[in-house]
Each structure stands twice: as C-alpha cells, then as structure tokens.
Design a protein around this ligand. Sequence first.
Ligand code: NAD
Length: 482
Amino acid sequence: MTTDHGYPAIRMYIAGEWCQGGTGNTAPVIDPATEEVIGEVPLATGDDLDRALDAAARGARIWRETSIARRTAVLHAAADLIGERAAEIGRIMTLEQGKPLAESTGEARRTADTLRWHTDDARRAYGRIIPSAPGTVLTVRREPIGPVAAFTPWNFPVGGPNRKISSALAAGCSLVIKASEETPATAAALVACYADAGLPAGVLNLVFGEPAQVSAHLIASPVTRLIAFTGSVPVGKLLAAEAGKVMKPSLMELGGHAPVIVCEDADPGRDARRAAQAKFFNAGQVCTSPSRFLVHESLVEEFTAEFVKAAEALTVGDGLAQGTTMGPLANERRIEAVERLTADAVGRGATVRTGGERLDRPGYFYAPTVLTGVPADAALLSEEPFGPLAPILPFTDLDEALGIANSLPYGLAAYGFTRSSATAEKLSDGLEAGILSLNHCGGSVHEAPSGGVKDSGYGREGGPEALDAYLITKRVSHLLAD
Ligand code: NAD
C-alpha cells in the first residue's frame, strides 16, 4: 500500500509479523525536498519492545543452530532481493532523505554486495587448536555474542542499517534494530528483503519509537548482549554509559570533523575537484565528510578558486529530478545548524566565497558553501558541520597543519594530498584518525574496516574486523576421559 506521494505505509517487524505499535501512536515522515508530510511511522510501546526482545531471544537460538550453509543461502537470497529491488529502495530513500536518486540506488546496490561480503567472510570465522599437554585438547572457539540492540541514523538509510544487520546475521546473532524514524520506509524495505528471503521469524526485528525510550529499554534488557550504535558523539557517549552500567559491550560509530591537508607539492586544481566532490556528496551529511581544508599557502588561492567552481557547478534540487547532483539537507535541524555555523563564522570575520544561504524555495535546500578567512575560534572549525560547508584555511608548515588537524577530540576520517611518499608516510603516521585516504577522498568499502579513535568511537565496521564485536572468544580446554 502506498500514499498519494508513492510512499509506502510503514510497519514495524516483530517476531516475523509486520505490525503497528500497540497504542497506534505515530510520528510524521517529511519529504525534505518539499517539507510535506508523506507518511506516518509507528512508534513502539514498552510491550512492543518486549515482544521484539522475546523474539530476538528465540531467534538467537534458532539462528545459531542453523547450519552455516543454510544461513549463507538465506543471506545470499536476501542480497539478491536487495539488488533486484535497488531502484525501488532508492526511490523511497530519496523521498524520505533527499539524496539524488543515483546516490540512493547506488547505496542500495552496494548494500547487497556488503551483505554478500560479510556472509562469505563469516564462513571463515575460525577458532584454533593450541598445542597443549598430552591428553588435553585446548581450543579457542568463536561464538555469536547473542541478541544485538542496534541503532542507526538517517544519512545512509539502507547502508547504515545493513552494516549492522549483515555483520550480526553473518556472525549468527539476532537483532532488534531501531532505524531512524526519519527514514523508516527504507529500513522497512531492507528488512522485507531478509524476511522474503526466508530468514526465520524473530531473528531480525525492526522497531521505531521515541529514541531515548527505546534505547533505554533495549539496553537494560537482560536479553540484549551487544549495543551497536551509529550517530552523534553526544548520543553515543550516553548510550555507551548506559551500556557500561549493565556491563554490556558496545560498538560506537560516531561523528568526526575530518581534516584535509593539501601539501605544497599537491595538484591544487585536480585535488580541489576531488575534495569538493567528496565534500558535497550526500550534501555533506556523512560522518567521514571532509570538513576542514588545510591548504599550503602557496596553493590556497588556486585550490579555493577551483573548489568554488566545483561547488557552483552542482545542480541543487529535488533528488528525484533528472540532473540533480545535490539534494536538500535531510531535516530542519541540519538547516538550522548550517545557518548558525555560517552566521557565526561570518560574524567573526570569515568571507563567503560562494553559497552561504538557504535557497529561496520550499524544502531544506542550502547552497554549497565555501568560506575563507575563518578564524580559529569559529564554531565551524570545532563543531562537525554535517552539511555542505567547506572552510578553507592556509598553512605554512606541515607540522603546524598536523597540529591543527589533531587538535579536536575527534578522529574518524582524515585526508592528505601530496606527491611525495615521504610526506605521505608522515601524514600516515601523524594523523590521529581511524580512516586515512591519500590523494583521493575514498568512501567506505566493505573489504576494509571503518571506525574512529578518540571521541569518534570504538570498534570497526567492514573488513574481517566487522565480525569481532559480534563474536565472543571462548577458550575450551578438554582433558580427555581415560
Ligand atoms: P542526534 O544526536 O539527535 O541523533 C543522531 C541519531 O541518534 C539519530 O538517528 C537519532 O534518532 C538517534 N538518537 C538520538 N537520541 C537517541 C537515544 N537516546 N537513543 C538512541 N538513539 C538516539 O543528531 P541528528 O540531528 O539526528 O544528527 C546530527 C548529528 O548527528 C550530526 O551533527 C552528526 O554528528 C551526527 N550523525 C552522525 C552520523 C554518523 O554516521 N556517525 C550519522 C548521522 C548523524
């Protein structure tokens, strides 16, 4: 069933059934390109959450006892369905999140590949046999940790939830996932692929609700064995503290404020184009989005001119419209945040080289913005913009640039541009970040781990490390019977 906007009716998925919340309470879902209400998302009650937890407890046993061959077959079938439905998932995602259709469908296609990768990787989650005394077998086994409570945001409506779902299910765990209430239909479309592929009831449960209430309930439950969160640093700290109180491990994928260091020997034109493309991808609403551009003083004018050109070449518009290369921001909060950060920087003496304002039309559209002369005390240089703002700052000495890059409490992504392998090594050693890209602004790939240091969180998603949080290590020493 769809609404007039071609937007599907949304249900939660609990114990293998699509359902409304117990009280029938809902919250509106808004199309960020029009500011119109396009649907209603059901909100879970405590009873709904308990049903989901009971189902996840049963689901954990069922899934763990399912052969790896069967698990693999179901997950590969789910990946095939995600691939087949990528165009429709992408359309729903653009309606509720705003990103251009090509980005949305691309995200859905990558999601299918990510699921295949984790599924196959889990087939090699080997333990080991350790040489020991005669008559003793000393082994190390890796077992699913048990039911996971997962929380995902709105910026990658299918890729975000799927990173948690695919790693957890591949490892043999069950989940209760609370996806974003702002992009619920995409999450439901993803979960439908798993359900339609034959995942047993209870293994995967999808809920929505009042975030703080849902997280408190799921974290406190004795059923939950792991908390997996992607979102902002303040919320991550809150949830990690709640998990700590009940001695539960957590996986925290939080925000950052990614520095880009453009060294004296870089190519200012080409590198500005590469950096601008990454900056304005998903309208800057990416946890690894480059957000502080430190450019050697000898290149800064040429780099800035090229960056401005790239920003002005973007077609900002409805993500469903042909030719759109940057959509609206996802919600009113982001518009308010980028307006505040721009006004603060300009009030302290920064110059807007392009953009700097909301577009005069309905929808949460903000112009791709480049600022120079941003003073060190501007909020934009310490607060993650999570929007299309690019402050460009000159530096003289590489050590000075490294000092500025590392001066914040965050450490998620960092970028460097140089032709010198010695400088590249200096950047690799010196930048405090979990993800470093040199001479390009690479996005996440499922083959390699992503994650942060410092306030940007802990644990890794992607790569073989992705399974670590979802598996426990058990030592078994067995003295053979006489
Ligand atoms: P927010 O801090 O209000 O929420 C971030 C996410 O956490 C949302 O999905 C929200 O539903 C969820 N959330 C909030 N309170 C929660 C709680 N008590 N329990 C469980 N979940 C909770 O911020 P926002 O306005 O939605 O997003 C803006 C900020 O969030 C950005 O500045 C950015 O730093 C961060 N963010 C980071 C990522 C990421 O990929 N790391 C993604 C989205 C947002």
